[in-house]
Design a protein around this ligand. Structure first.
Ligand code: SF4
Length: 443
């Protein structure tokens, strides 16, 4: 059971020495109860209290990181059920499953294509995280070798203990996820996980069986567990994932406080797999194993994940600066916008793809879009004028001409007062209209 702030406070030294960075022991206790700080910040806790508090201070969802060759996929460590309460921390790792009975050349081609897939989304590289190899009666070691010939992403290995053990020895250092420990084989799988220092996925079809299996495996000394509910329908997976995460976060129920492994596929219908995977990204899937890899379905999943795991209080930003698009000269116009990534890329992409040369002055608006920033007082004439001077725009151009976004036409008069000698033009409201505006109005 989780301890309250007051219960924790009673176990602290109560000297208010401030060494932990908080003004009082009570303030520290409250943060500890909310799982927002580490107990190690207080150097004066007695050993007896430490033992009692370490349980309360442990993260409610155990952090587990899969690794290999410099790649890592963190999971767990979440503290809220809903993103708007704070933020989600560990983006779901997305894997592609291949089987050891596939022709090796086909397998290699599939893995290579998936591993090399990369899309630039508002300046962030979106890509697949790992490969899952399913034992299916083929040569597991050979299939593992074939994967490693073309990619070094983290792995999930799925099969029985003897088969998995035949392949593990040939792998480089790192941390694997082995699947699955079930009621029938958990002892063998636990031994293999212990020997290979791997995480172990525990599979059960209902909460009671899952809890009972987790207890047996943790009693055997394995702590890096991942829950793998058997359900893969929309309703079944949502229920299983939500119960586990809710029990972990709201009741501090340790036996369900682990990352979650989901298999949205197991069907010949890739569209259904994508829908279930999208739900798993939003609702507590930590590792998601797909059976299909197609750019048109992986892309929306990766974008969805990016959006869900972005801190809602910190918009994705680009560096404020004066950017050059299509090698502008001194006569070319200066477009003004804010440093919200999506705004920046919308404007830059439109101008770039139209082949028009322009300067793009990206002002520091604390990562907000044009209208939001203007309404919040973060994008006004004074700030724009300040950035014009800060980035020495006047040194790059011969014609002093700024194009404001149409949504903030109201700033044009004020901006001319802030920047005497500059001509201020009001551009279109939408980025898509910029190319025609530049060719018809500005040039
Ligand atoms: Fe209290 Fe420990 Fe913080 Fe000092 S460091 S104020 S004793 S919690």
């Amino acid at each position: 059971m989780a301890l309250t702030g007051i219960q924790i406070y009673k176990m602290l030294p109560q000297t208010n020495c401030k060494e932990c960075g908080f003004p009082t022991c009570l303030a520290f206790a409250m943060k500890l109860a909310a799982k927002q700080v580490e107990l190690s910040l207080c150097p004066y806790v007695s050993e007896e209290s430490k033992a009692k508090l370490s349980e309360a201070a442990a993260p409610p969802v155990r952090p587990i990181t899969l690794r290999s060759n410099g790649y890592s996929i963190p999971s767990g460590n979440e503290v809220v059920l809903f993103r708007h309460e704070k933020r989600f921390f560990s983006p779901a790792g997305i894997f592609l499953r291949v089987c050891d009975d596939e022709p090796l050349e086909t397998l290699k081609e599939k893995v290579k294509t998936a591993a090399e897939y990369c899309v630039d989304y508002v300046g962030i590289d979106l890509r697949l995280d790992g490969i899952a190899l399913q034992a299916n009666g083929g040569d597991f070691s050979l299939a593992l070798n074939a994967i490693r010939e073309v990619c070094h992403l983290p792995l999930i290995l799925i099969g029985d203990a003897p088969t998995l053990s035949s392949g593990i020895d040939q792998l480089e250092d790192g941390k694997l996820l082995l699947a699955h420990a079930t009621e029938e084989n958990w002892s063998e799988m636990a031994d293999l996980a212990k020997k290979s220092k791997s995480a172990l996925a525990v599979q059960a079809s209902n909460v009671d069986s899952m809890v009972s299996l987790v207890k047996k495996i943790t009693n055997a000394g394995i702590d890096d567990l991942v829950l793998s509910p058997t359900q893969n329908s929309l309703k079944g997976m949502l229920t299983a994932n939500t119960i586990a995460r809710r029990m972990a976060l709201k009741k501090n129920f340790r036996d369900l406080g682990y990352p979650i492994l989901n298999f949205p596929g197991n069907t010949a219908d890739p569209a259904q797999e994508t829908i279930v995977a999208a739900q798993a990204i939003g609702k507590y899937g930590s590792f998601i194993v797909l059976d299909h890899f197609r750019p048109e379905t992986i892309y929306p999943l990766l974008v969805l994940r990016q959006n869900i795991y972005t801190d809602p209080q910190k918009p994705i930003q680009v560096q404020p600066d004066l950017y050059e698009i299509n090698n502008p000269g001194p006569e070319d116009p200066v477009l003004v916008t804010t440093n919200f990534s999506i705004t920046y890329f919308s404007v830059a992409n439109e101008v770039e793809s139209a082949g028009l040369p322009a300067w793009l002055l990206v002002c520091d608006a604390e990562g907000m879009s044009v209208l939001t920033a203007w309404a919040a007082g973060k994008f006004d004439a004074e700030r724009i004028a300040k950035d014009v001077k800060r980035f020495h725009v006047q040194d790059k151009i011969s014609r002093r001409r700024l194009v404001l976004p149409g949504h903030v036409a109201v700033l044009s008069g004020e901006l001319e007062e802030e920047l005497p000698g500059w001509e201020v033009t009001v551009g279109p409201r939408e980025a898509v209209d910029i190319p025609s505006f530049l060719t018809q109005v500005v040039v």
